[in-house]
Design a protein around this ligand. Structure first.
Ligand SMILES: *[C@@H]1O[C@H](CO)[C@@H](O)[C@H](O)[C@H]1NC(C)=O
Ligand SMILES: *[C@@H]1O[C@H](CO)[C@@H](O)[C@H](O)[C@H]1NC(C)=O
Ligand SMILES: *[C@@H]1O[C@H](CO)[C@@H](O)[C@H](O)[C@H]1NC(C)=O
Ligand SMILES: *[C@@H]1O[C@H](CO)[C@@H](O)[C@H](O)[C@H]1NC(C)=O
Ligand SMILES: *[C@@H]1O[C@H](CO)[C@@H](O)[C@H](O)[C@H]1NC(C)=O
Ligand SMILES: *[C@@H]1O[C@H](CO)[C@@H](O)[C@H](O)[C@H]1NC(C)=O
Ligand SMILES: *[C@@H]1O[C@H](CO)[C@@H](O)[C@H](O)[C@H]1NC(C)=O
Length: 760
């Protein structure tokens, strides 16, 4: 009573000069609350709530209402804020009860951060009620404004959620500005939870795939109002109701749309400082939309909580904020030339953003449909029904537990292009497979689409795979090759290219995309690449038996292996020259570049690099510099003649002679003469002379040519075929036009071998 009298006298004075009023539940017209004065707080008559300036950041304050019983100093539970998105300065900011009825929050004595925009002819007062409602009313007790009408993220008992004002979550636990989640009444009169993110908006509660009538809601009451009482009973005009777990007790309660997108009811005893969750809307945190942002997966573990991760090929956009999700490390271009591979990601699901619903599709049809839709990033496929759902956005991704009820639900595939800049590279499609009921082994069954995997690697990934480039396998003109173990346990050979610093990524990627498209059993498989600044690397399959060069010097290669290596190498080169998508010259055919797998099958390596290693001239008929190895180089390299695929035929001819004779042309005849003609001619003419001698009846010519390491054990006819190809078929003819094509060589080798085999 004394306080009230004191205030009345103050309010008389206040009409003359504004002064502060401390720790009361009423503020009169003309008075103010000041940010600098900690005593300037309105307290509800029961002491449960306080209103005043609350710190929300470094020198940033909001005018707020919080629970103050039991008393708190810094970590109070805030239930309302006037200016959550416009914090005011810690100096000279004030809440002013202006004459005329307006209530204004000024920032640092200057600008207006917030106001009620109210007008009153009679004097007004501001009261903080026991319910936590801050009311601005006139002397006739008519309310002009109340905080209960403008909730932020919290409802208190008896406070109503109404048709036009949503609850909006905080941005994060530490940032109280407006976040991305809404609790609101939609146009069908239903109360719903919605994610309203920077790019997309989506509803997630009640379950969005349910029809309105299946949710048990009522759409025909347009009053659109919801509230709960202090015993914990929530009711809404769409007949949605719930009771809190501790229903019935009179406790402090609040219903909050938390920054993680879940709507929770909390309660606590009047003397307790700990809030307990007594109801929540979502029991699976990963089903809340937008939690991890686009292109990422949410996983949940009751112990470690919720976790977000990017899907392969994507990287996090803002490391401090998952709501921005992940962005591609490539550009996806819609055209018919882009290659597609597939990868499976098990037990994952994305919700929504479908390009229609297509029942009775095969997985191939669904895939085709997705590829034809320009914006399609992948598709979800349901086994059994054949339901195909192409996706335009990869949002709301989550990992599902294999124990989750129901048998196989969906298969999901996602298209992701890998590459860079404006250059289109390889298109990848990930397949996401949802768990099978109680049978995780089955995940590998059915559509196991392994990576046909040309992909981009990060430099750090390759650094780890090669254990910091510790095991060198060899060195060549193009770079150094290291042994590596990739994260999926495949053994790889990683070539660190020597490339000029000014090498433009786009050019590199264009070249690499060509290499990535080449696929033949006699060509080394390229699994991927890395292009990060000056680091340019290629990732190849690893070949157990190393190069032909290493093996020719040992006794491991019998005549049969040698013959098969010759045929395989010819097939690989023929494919490069004539059959593969883009015409690729090897330009450096030599034993060091023929690799042998565990079965001694040959695979040509180091192709497609000719352009990478010299810049400035992309016309293969006009190389500005010589690429190749002395001894194997065709004469046109040094005589300014156009470079064609015949340079490889020449080198191949020399290689054949080396396979037969074991003599290294580069070692035995290293001198280049002034005329530009190479002395490799000596090996060629030696072989040619022997062969020509044979035509005159000398039957021993093959024995004289053949590598002594074979110790006379060889199939004479087959060795003769090889020499014939090299010499008689004029692979090593000086005139390039006289040389056969590689496919002619393959044809001849195979046909001669058949004739010979049948004759045996
Ligand atoms: C503030 O409260 C939250 C939850 O109520 C708690 O996790 C945090 O440790 C508290 N901080 C301080 C400084 O007391
Ligand atoms: C306003 O409310 C107060 C307290 O409830 C009461 O004492 C006063 O008579 C009311 N005034 C009018 C004009 O109704
Ligand atoms: C809070 O979030 C808003 C919106 O994202 C941002 O503008 C503001 O800087 C953040 N404040 C703090 C203190 O981090
Ligand atoms: C609509 O809902 C309100 C609030 O729950 C209720 O008072 C009213 O009776 C309802 N009207 C109808 C027609 O059901
Ligand atoms: C709160 O604690 C005080 C003493 O600490 C006690 O007098 C009071 O009865 C308690 N109130 C409730 C609601 O438990
Ligand atoms: C792709 O090919 C199909 C059929 O060959 C054609 O109709 C379509 O226009 C092509 N699309 C693009 C982007 O080139
Ligand atoms: C799917 O195909 C089956 C058999 O071909 C057919 O019986 C069924 O009606 C089809 N369903 C739909 C939805 O088209």
């Amino acid at each position: 009573m004394e306080i009230l009298l004191f205030l009345v006298s103050l309010s008389l004075l206040a009409s003359l000069l504004p002064i502060s009023s401390a720790s009361s539940h009423v503020l009169s017209q003309g008075t103010s609350l000041s940010v600098g004065n900690p005593e300037d707080v309105l307290v509800s008559p029961n002491g449960v709530f306080s209103a005043g300036f609350y710190p929300i950041g470094a020198n940033a304050y909001s005018f707020a209402i919080w629970f103050s019983k039991p008393s708190c100093t810094s970590n109070c539970t805030v239930v309302w804020m006037a200016n959550r998105d416009f914090p005011v300065n810690g100096k000279n900011s004030k809440l002013l009860m202006k004459r005329g009825g307006n209530m204004v929050l000024t920032d640092a004595g200057k600008s207006t951060a917030w106001s009620t925009d109210t007008v009153s002819l009679s004097p007004t007062e501001l009261l903080l009620r026991n319910t936590g409602n801050l009311v601005l009313q006139n002397k006739d007790n008519v309310s002009l404004w109340q905080s209960f009408d403008t909730p932020t993220d919290t409802l208190l008992p008896t406070q109503h959620l109404t048709k036009n004002i949503p609850l909006v979550s905080s941005r994060s636990q530490t940032n109280s500005s407006s976040g991305f989640y809404w609790l609101f009444f939609d146009s069908d009169n239903l109360i719903k939870l919605m994610y309203d993110g920077p790019e997309v908006t989506s509803l997630y509660w009640p379950d969005p795939w349910l029809q309105d009538w299946d949710t048990g809601r009522f759409t025909y009451n347009s009053s659109r109002t919801a509230s709960f009482d202090s015993r914990g009973m929530f009711t809404s005009s769409d007949i949605f109701t719930f009771k809190s777990a501790d229903f019935g007790e009179i406790l402090q309660r609040r219903l909050v749309l938390d920054s993680d997108g879940n709507l929770r009811m909390y309660s606590r005893g009047f003397n307790s400082s700990t809030w307990i969750v007594t109801w929540q809307a979502m029991s699976h945190p990963c089903r809340i939309h937008g939690t991890c942002g686009p292109n990422s997966l949410c996983s949940y573990n009751p112990i470690t909580g919720r976790k977000c991760s990017c899907i392969p090929g994507y990287k996090i956009k803002d490391a401090s904020d998952w709501s921005y999700g992940c962005e591609p490390e490539f550009s996806l271009i819609c055209d018919n030339d882009t290659e597609v591979g597939f990868l499976q990601l098990i037990r994952s699901e994305f919700y929504g953003y479908d390009y229609g619903f297509h029942p009775n599709y095969t997985i191939q049809d669904c895939r085709k449909l997705c590829l034809e839709l320009c914006g399609c990033k992948g598709f979800q496929y349901k086994l059994g029904s054949g339901n195909c759902l192409p996706k335009s956005v990869l949002l709301n991704g989550r990992q599902t537990k294999s124990q989750e009820n129901g048998t196989l639900k969906f298969m999901l595939w996602f298209a992701v292009a890998l590459g860079g800049l404006e250059i289109l590279i390889i298109l990848f499609v990930w397949c996401f497979l949802i768990g099978f009921h109680n049978n995780p082994d089955k995940d590998t069954e059915g559509y196991h689409i392994a990576a046909t995997g040309f992909r981009r690697f990060t430099y750090s990934e390759l650094k780890i795979a090669t254990r910091n480039f510790s095991e060198e396998l060899g060195r060549g003109a193009g770079g150094i090759v290291y042994k590596a173990t990739l994260s999926d346990n495949r053994t790889a050979a990683i070539k660190k290219l020597y490339v000029a610093d000014h090498q433009i990524d786009a050019e590199f990627l264009a070249e690499v995309s060509t290499i990535g498209k080449v696929n033949h059993m006699n060509l080394i498989e390229t699994w991927g690449y890395c292009a990060e600044g000056k680091h340019k690397l290629l990732v190849y399959e690893y070949m157990e038996h190393g190069s032909l060069a290493e093996n020719l010097n040992t006794e491991t290669l019998d005549w049969q292996k040698r013959f098969e290596i010759a045929v395989g190498t010819a097939r690989g080169l023929a494919y490069l020259h004539e059959e593969c998508l883009e015409w690729v010259l090897h330009c450096d055919v030599k034993p060091q570049n023929i690799l042998l797998d565990s079965q001694y099958n040959p695979k040509v390596s180091d192709f497609g690099l000719s352009k990478l290693l010299k810049r400035g001239d992309h016309d293969p008929s006009n190389f500005s510099k010589i690429r190749g190895t002395r001894g194997y180089m065709a004469p046109e390299w040094v005589s300014n003649l156009p470079i064609t695929s015949k340079v490889d035929v020449y080198s191949y001819g020399i290689l054949l002679l080396e396979i037969v004779t074991g003599k290294n042309p580069a070692m035995s005849v290293p001198v280049m003469q002034g005329s530009g003609e190479m002395q490799v001619e000596r090996l060629v003419s030696w072989a040619r002379n022997k062969k020509n001698g044979a035509d005159h009846g000398n039957g021993l010519w093959v024995e004289e040519l053949v590598d002594p390491r074979l110790q006379g054990e060889f199939d004479k006819a087959k060795m003769e075929i090889l020499v014939t190809v090299a010499v008689a078929l004029q692979c090593v003819e000086e005139d390039k036009d006289a040389r056969p094509t590689m496919s002619k060589v393959v044809e001849f080798l195979v046909s001669q071998d058949e004739i010979h085999t049948q004759a045996q």
